[in-house]
Write a protein that binds this ligand. Structure first.
Ligand code: BT5
Length: 258
């Protein structure tokens, strides 16, 4: 079970995920959180970059050392973390984000949060896991390449005609990890989504709608049906159910493209 959360903050680091890895290898225990005001080498999945401009966004990572966890259950931790971020943003600001499986939170069709889970094995089993979360909080604009698909807490509050003074990074960081603790402890008792699936699906973007599955070599349309207990995406293709385990799922219309 996750209980002892310890928060550390640095003005600038390369990547909060990499700082957690270093501490894990040095023997640090579960529950350490490293957050930073900015990252000089913030990472997305498969070598992509994550922008975390100084004092505008949250970059935060937690160390987990789940005992006897199966390798299969590791990707599910990303799915659990997405629920936590959605929940925290909703609790604090009343903003109703949706989860874009597996690792994004979107608001009004734009990405407000990305999650990167990494792990290291030792002697054939999982040694530690790092859950890294990036949230756009005070950003008022974005680099040209992502401007069409990125948003922030403040931009969404302004759209809703609300005061942006409520958007403090520190309180949101704490709320995210509090929510994560709640969902993770439900997940870890069964190592699956059986206790969380229903709430997850209520907040899943494009449930019952058309999505585009972009696999390595081909891309095709399907209907998003929900998730299974492993946290994998269930889709229907030409009347047949398929399980999506990896790869990028682009959701038609959600970013205003595809
Ligand atoms: C992600 O990857 O969304 C995972 C992002 C994880 C970031 C956190 S911050 C704390 C921790 N430390 C790290 O070094 N990383 C984690 P992916 O699904 O591959 O999406 C990456 C893509 O999102 C990029 O190629 C851009 O198109 C877009 N992007 C980059 N920065 C963004 C931002 N601030 N807001 C919205 N979209 C962004």
């Amino acid at each position: 079970m996750l209980d002892n959360i310890r928060l550390e903050y640095y003005d600038s680091v390369d990547s909060t995920n990499d700082r957690i890895k270093e501490r894990a290898r040095a023997g640090e225990g579960q529950g350490l959180v490293i957050s930073a005001g900015t990252q000089t080498a913030g990472k997305g999945r498969i070598g992509r970059k994550w922008e975390s401009p100084k004092h505008d966004s949250i970059a935060t990572s937690m160390l987990l050392t789940p005992a006897d966890i199966s390798l299969d259950a590791i990707p599910t931790i990303t799915v659990v973390a997405a629920m936590a971020v959605r929940d925290a943003i909703h609790r604090l600001y009343g903003l109703d984000g949706k989860i874009k499986w597996p690792n994004d939170i979107v608001l009004d069709g734009k990405k407000i949060c990305g999650i990167l889970t990494e792990m290291e094995m030792r002697e054939g089993s999982v040694w530690y896991v790092v859950v890294g979360i990036g949230v756009n909080v005070h950003n008022k604009s974005f680099d040209e390449e992502i401007a069409f698909k990125a948003t922030s807490v403040d931009l969404e509050l302004i759209k809703a005609g609300r005061d942006t003074e409520t958007g403090h990074r520190n309180e949101l960081t704490k709320a995210i990890w509090e929510s994560f603790k709640k969902y993770y402890n439900i997940f870890i008792t069964t190592q699956d989504m059986s206790g969380l699936k229903e709430e997850y699906e209520r907040n899943l973007a494009n449930l019952g709608e058309r999505v585009r599955i972009e696999a390595q070599e081909n891309s095709y349309e399907a209907i998003a049906k929900g998730i299974n207990v492993k946290g994998e995406l269930l889709v229907e293709v030409e009347g047949k159910e398929q399980i999506i385990r990896t790869g990028e799922v682009s959701v038609r219309g959600i970013y205003g493209y595809v």
